[in-house]
Design a protein around this ligand. Structure first.
Ligand SMILES: C[S@@+](CC[C@H](N)C(=O)[O-])C[C@H]1O[C@@H](n2cnc3c(N)ncnc32)[C@H](O)[C@@H]1O
Length: 257
């Protein structure tokens, strides 16, 4: 039976690769590298760097594939994502069927960790349910952007005994900060949703390109640093052509420990 490894490669720094991830890479005969368009070339580049540095298996080859662009969310976010995932499932199915020998092993390299805001595992489940190609699956965890954020700010994610909520910029704009969340981590935010919060005393620990040579981090009350983060973020995005940022929010007035 074909074997598929879904390998977390860390959040942008080849040094994030674990020993388990490197061993996984070298078990695979073929590595699948998504191409998300010219603006995100840096992202595909990281995967190529990982290949150059860690792949020692002479039988291994690299297959790059185009990722279809997601339509604008209409009529509903969920149905748009569903159509998009169906299109990617067809691509994955063809890659598995055509590029991996019947007893071979292939690997998908996943940014950060496959369990966090990544759809590869859900899409592979779709491929399995389509029933056209059988495979055995193994998941190898990676360092997430959240861990990279906490490390760069030299802080624990949670206050003692308190909760951590992980959410998206879209939900933060719609719902605000949850009453019972001690700390809120926000990902996938293209619009600086923190600036929509009414309470400007909320403290933000923000980071872009975390773990990489281009890393930028800023912290403070939103009232003090919110517009600076927005300006720095936009400048960096224009300069590099893309940006990925993550941040942690805490309400004021609660003791740190
Ligand atoms: C599609 S999610 C992928 C998350 C990934 N699976 C993980 O484990 O971190 C992309 C989001 O992750 C965050 N992200 C990923 N890498 C990052 C980095 N190096 N610096 C800051 N944020 C990052 C950003 O919030 C970005 O919008």
């Amino acid at each position: 039976m074909r074997k598929l490894l879904v390998i977390g490669i860390g959040a942008g720094n080849p040094d994030h690769m674990t020993v388990q991830a490197i061993n996984g890479l070298n078990c695979a005969d073929v590595l699948f590298i998504p191409d998300k368009g010219a603006k995100k070339n840096d992202l595909a580049d990281l995967r190529r760097q990982i290949w150059d540095r860690f792949v020692t298996n002479p039988k291994s080859r690299r297959v790059e594939f185009d990722v279809p662009v997601r339509a604008e969310p209409a009529p509903s976010y969920r149905s748009t994502v569903d159509d998009w995932h169906e299109a990617i499932a067809a691509i994955y199915e063809a890659l598995i069927r055509d590029e991996i020998a019947k007893d071979g092993c292939g690997a998908f390299l996943i940014w950060g960790d496959p369990s966090l805001y990544d759809s590869a595992l859900r899409i592979l489940e779709r491929v399995r349910l389509r029933g056209n190609v059988a495979f055995e699956l193994e998941v190898i965890p990676g360092i997430t952007a959240i861990q990279a954020l906490a490390a760069s700010h030299k802080m624990a994610l949670n206050r003692i005994g308190d909760s951590v909520l992980v959410t998206t910029g879209r939900r933060l704009t719609q719902e605000g900060l949850a009453d019972n969340a001690g700390s809120t981590v926000v990902m996938l935010d293209g619009k600086c949703a923190f600036n929509t919060l009414a309470d400007k005393d909320v403290v933000i620990h923000w980071g872009a390109y975390l773990g990489t040579a281009d890393e930028i981090i800023l912290s403070g009350r939103i009232g003090d640093v919110g517009s600076e983060i927005e300006r720095v973020r936009e400048e960096a995005r224009l300069q590099k052509g893309w940006i990925m940022d993550t941040y942690l929010l805490r309400k004021p007035g609660e003791p740190e420990e």
